[in-house]
Design a protein around this ligand. Structure first.
Ligand SMILES: NC(=O)c1ccc[n+]([C@@H]2O[C@H](COP(=O)([O-])OP(=O)(O)OC[C@H]3O[C@@H](n4cnc5c(N)ncnc54)[C@H](OP(=O)(O)O)[C@@H]3O)[C@@H](O)[C@H]2O)c1
Length: 258
C-alpha cells in the first residue's frame, strides 16, 4: 500500500519593487512562511543583490526583472513565472515612487503623470498580466500596497488615524496622495470583479516606516510594517476582500477609512 506523505507544494508569490524597503521585507517574510517568492526589481544588479542576500538566509527567493512601467518586462515576467512555477498564488503590488512631495499649487502635471504611471497604471499592468496565473491558483491573493495618505476621509478630516501626524497636519502631497486614493479605488474594483472566483484583493498600508522613499523617517520598523501586507497575502479561504488596513505596533493592524 502506498501512502501519500509528500508535503504540499509551496505557495508561489510575486512582490514588485522588492529589492529594497518595504517590498524586500515583505518578500523575506513571505519566504519565511515557506513560500517561493519571485523578487521583482527593475534593476538586475539591485535585484540579484537582494536575491543573493535573502537566499543566504536559506530562503527560496528568485529575482525576476520587472519594471512596472514597461509592458514588455511585465509580459516577460508573467511568461517566465508561468513556465517555471505554473501558477501564482500571491501578488503583492508594492513598487512605488513618492517624490516630489509638492503642494497642489506647486505640482507639475508631468510629476502626477509619472507617479500614476508607476503607482497606479503599474499596479493595473502587473495585475492584468498576472491574472491568468492567479486564476490557476486555488487561493489567489492580491495585496495592493497603499497608504493612509490615500484616504479621502482622513484628508477631509485633517486627521491621521495612524497617529504619525498631529491633528490638523495631515500631509498635503498632491501626486502621491492621489495615486494612493486611486490604488484604493482600483482595489475595490478588482475585489468586486474577482470575488466570485475566490481571489481576495485588499489594499494595505505598511504605516510609516523608514525607507529611502521618505528620508528614513517612520514610526514602525520595516519588519513591523510588512506584517499586515503579509497577513493579507496569506489569508485563508473566505477571508476579507475589498478592505483597507494598516500595520501597527501591536501586530493586530488597523482598519483605515477610505
Ligand atoms: N515607507 C513608508 O512609510 C510607506 C508608507 C506608506 C506606503 N508605502 C508604500 O510602500 C511601497 C514601497 O515603498 P518604500 O517605502 O519601500 O520605498 P522604497 O524603499 O523607495 O522602495 C520602492 C521600491 O519600488 C521600486 N520601484 C520604483 N519604481 C519602479 C518601477 N517602475 N518598476 C519596478 N520597481 C520600481 C524601487 O526600485 P529601485 O530600487 O530600482 O528604485 C524599490 O524597490 C510603495 O508603494 C509606497 O508607496 C510606504
Amino acid at each position: 500500500m502506498t501512502s501519500s506523505t509528500s508535503s504540499p507544494s509551496p505557495r508561489i508569490a510575486l512582490v514588485t519593487g522588492a529589492n529594497k524597503g518595504v517590498g524586500r521585507t515583505i518578500a523575506q517574510q513571505l519566504a519565511e512562511l515557506g513560500m517561493t517568492v519571485w523578487l521583482g526589481a527593475r534593476d538586475p544588479e539591485r535585484g540579484k543583490q537582494a536575491e543573493s542576500e535573502l537566499r543566504d538566509l536559506g530562503l527560496d527567493v528568485r529575482f525576476i526583472r520587472l519594471d512596472v512601467t514597461d509592458e514588455a518586462t511585465v509580459a516577460r515576467a508573467a511568461e517566465h513565472i508561468g513556465r517555471e512555477s505554473g501558477r501564482l498564488d500571491v501578488l503583492v503590488n508594492n513598487a512605488g515612487i513618492s517624490r516630489p512631495w509638492d503642494l497642489p499649487s506647486e505640482t507639475a502635471v508631468e510629476d502626477v503623470q509619472d507617479t500614476f504611471d508607476t503607482n497606479v497604471f503599474g499596479y493595473i499592468r502587473v495585475t492584468n498580466a498576472m491574472l491568468p496565473l492567479l486564476r490557476r491558483s486555488d487561493a489567489g491573493r492580491i495585496v495592493n500596497i497603499s497608504s493612509v495618505i490615500g484616504s479621502l476621509t482622513a484628508a477631509a478630516e485633517n486627521h491621521d488615524p495612524t497617529g504619525a501626524f498631529p491633528d490638523g497636519q495631515f500631509p498635503v502631497i498632491l501626486s502621491h496622495s492621489m495615486s494612493k486614493a486611486a490604488v484604493n479605488s482600483l482595489t475595490v474594483m478588482y475585489a468586486n470583479e474577482l470575488r466570485a472566483e475566490g481571489i481576495l484583493v485588499n489594499a494595505v498600508s505598511p504605516n510609516w516606516v523608514p525607507t529611502d522613499a521618505n528620508g528614513h523617517s517612520g514610526i514602525l520598523t520595516p519588519e513591523q510594517g510588512a506584517r499586515m501586507p503579509v497577513r493579507m497575502a496569506a489569508l485563508p479561504d473566505g477571508g476579507p476582500t475589498g478592505t483597507f488596513t494598516c500595520s501597527d505596533a501591536t501586530g493586530d493592524g488597523l482598519t483605515l477609512p477610505w
